[in-house]
Design a binder for this molecule. Structure first.
Ligand SMILES: NC(=O)c1ccc[n+]([C@@H]2O[C@H](COP(=O)([O-])OP(=O)(O)OC[C@H]3O[C@@H](n4cnc5c(N)ncnc54)[C@H](O)[C@@H]3O)[C@@H](O)[C@H]2O)c1
Ligand SMILES: [Zn+2]
Ligand SMILES: [Zn+2]
Length: 375
């Protein structure tokens, strides 16, 4: 078995850097040497709340080291991006085209460990340990299902590739795949972190004419402008029902709400905020996946508004990662610029601290022997 330095959490707020042992891939599985792993706000939430031990991390890019029996289309030496919504290709939702909510393999649709590689493939002190989102990318090596990788032929740095498989895809896909923002429209983005900045990039890509960035952090608003925001509105934490922000949005949008609004903070109280910001018959999108019960006035729905909560930007991994890479290579999608700081595995605590304090757009952990420019 291969020793693999990994970030382990107890799901009760604690992390430790430990060496786990990683075995060989079973049938349908691949062994990947991780080069870069992105940090997402969901990692922070998992460390606080999951109440079980696991290897942290669900964004990553690396090199295939070995493939198991029956694996085709993925070979040793391939450069890959990891994808946590792992399609089985056979279930009802996969056949409907909803690969991101696969009923067999999804780590978030109540499917248990079916999407996980054989659990004995990662051992911590001789006991099997689970990997976050079936990936556990904050680890030098991982064993995952073949469907959890997308092979890329691209000279993109691993650091930039690593963030595609959650933050970039979730933001961009919520705009392009889910809301299908149209040219000339107006769109608001609440929370301009790793996900929100990619909503802004998606809105720009779709030709939205007015893109309003909303955040409590002024630096975030400045950064949002570099990614395509045309306006910035500072939010106040105690702005009930986002009334003050809504007034500013109406001012910018010629007296009525925006055509689209995207919520990217995961703050429960803001679950209704995108409804407050859109005009009648506008589309409110809850990107962050708020799961708590919240109260709000149904008048916010008036009239004819649509409220959707797409998972992971309705990701079709092969199709969308390929498109995102093409856009990156034409200069239409900024990825290198999103990676505002890189860390070593030993600095993971600093990486998480920077994330929750809004000091970075995207932080990325580089595995030993690699740096931000490695490609
Ligand atoms: N459901 C999915 O498919 C999915 C996928 C990825 C991430 N997420 C979730 O999306 C959320 C955003 O992730 P991220 O990595 O971009 O986090 P992040 O920490 O990088 O960004 C959050 C942003 O929200 C801003 N913010 C905080 N309070 C605010 C307020 N009251 N009003 C306006 N802005 C405010 C912060 O300043 C920050 O810029 C996370 O909670 C994450 O769990 C969901
Ligand atoms: Zn399926
Ligand atoms: Zn994520």
């Amino acid at each position: 078995m291969i020793p693999s330095k990994s970030v382990i959490s107890d799901g009760k707020g604690n992390i430790s850097l430990e060496t786990v042992l990683v075995g060989q891939p079973g049938a349908g599985e691949v062994l990947v040497k991780i080069v870069a792993a992105g940090l997402c706000h969901t990692d922070w939430d998992s460390i606080q709340n999951w109440n079980k031990s696991f290897i942290v991390g669900h964004e990553g890019a690396g090199i295939v080291e070995a493939v198991g029996e029956g694996v085709t289309g993925v070979n040793k030496g391939d450069k890959v991006i990891l994808n946590w919504a792992i399609p089985c290709g056979e279930c009802f939702q996969c056949k409907e085209g909803n690969l991101h909510i696969c009923e067999v393999n999804s780590p978030v649709c109540g499917c248990g460990l079916d999407g996980h590689a054989h659990i004995e493939s990662s051992l911590r002190e001789e006991h099997p340990i689970e990997r976050s989102f079936h990936l556990g990318t904050l680890s030098e090596y991982t064993i995952i299902k073949k469907e959890a990788v997308v092979v890329i032929n691209s000279d993109i740095p691993y650091s930039s590739a690593s963030i595609i498989g959650c933050g970039v895809m979730t933001g961009w896909g919520s705009v392009v795949n889910a809301a299908k923002v149209d040219a000339g429209s107006s769109a608001c983005v609440i929370g301009c972190g790793g996900v929100g900045l990619n909503c802004i990039q998606g809105a720009k890509h779709s030709g939205a004419a007015i893109i309003i960035a909303i955040d409590i952090n002024n630096e975030r608003l400045e950064q949002a402008k570099q990614f395509g925001a045309t306006h910035g509105v500072i939010a106040e934490k105690d702005d009930k029902d986002f009334a003050k922000v809504a007034a500013k949005v109406r001012e910018i949008c010629g007296g009525r709400g925006a055509d689209y609004a995207f919520e990217c903070t995961a703050i429960p109280a803001l679950g209704s905020a995108p409804l407050a910001l859109v005009r009648s018959a506008g589309t409110a999108v809850q990107v962050s996946g708020i799961e708590q019960r919240i109260d709000f006035n149904c008048e916010l729905f008036e009239w004819d508004k649509i409220y959707i909560n797409p998972l992971y930007g309705m990701c079709n991994p092969e199709r969308d990662f390929t498109k995102l890479l093409r856009l990156y290579h034409t200069g239409a999608l900024k990825l290198d610029e999103l990676v505002t700081k890189t860390y070593n595995l030993d600095d993971i605590a600093t990486g998480l601290d920077d994330l929750i304090n809004g000091r970075v757009a995207k932080g990325v952990v580089m595995m030993p022997g690699y740096d931000k420019a490695s490609s």
